[in-house]
Design a protein around this ligand. Sequence first.
Ligand SMILES: O=C(CO)[C@H](O)[C@H](O)COP(=O)(O)O
Length: 224
Amino acid sequence: MTQDELKKAVAEAALEEVKKIIDKDSIVGVGTGSTANFFIDALATIKLDFDGAVASSEATRERLKAHGITVYDLNGVGTVPVYVDGADEVNAHLHMVKGGGGALTREKIIGACSTKFICIADESKKVDILGGFPLPVEVIPMARSYVARELVKMGANPVYREGFVTDNGNVILDLYNFPIDDPLSIEQKINNITGVVTNGLFALRPADVLLLGCADGVKRITAD
Ligand SMILES: O=C(CO)[C@H](O)[C@H](O)COP(=O)(O)O
């Protein structure tokens, strides 16, 4: 199976889980990226069975709208019963590194509001220790140099993602060669640096379910 076929398979498996949770008044949380895009296309096939969606990026908002799915402002929505999103890396505790596409902050906000977080990923994303994929940190532009210096003190090698601006008008520093041995503490430590909006570690609010696309089928994994 190609990587795209694995992504499509997990998106379809997620749709089956979502169908069991939603009713006609439900708002579905929708993530960002190529795997999430397969989920959006699958979700469109049942668009008459739920009320609408909240989007974790402008790109996702546009794709949902193109399918005729109503997109709500999160402020007008209470709890989101289910949120489906991809990841750049995921470990056995369903802690994730996210934000390769730069949507980490809105993804984290929707994750925080969601009762159930379903992570969809192909098997290349499953790792023992997070940090092989550079960890994104969203930063207020004027704080970029200060935050970079503080991250260097933590042993990280921050690289400015040149020419990229997040949907929130901020910049991204990607942390290379930064093994994440204690995700809970590192997530909090980085977020405590003044000028950081958030970082792409999802350990304080991990996924509840991982649907992992493997050559021999989709595996359903819950946290250790
Ligand atoms: O966090 C994300 C975007 O900010 C994505 O979920 C992550 O980058 C995975 O993307 P893809 O499904 O394209 O591999």
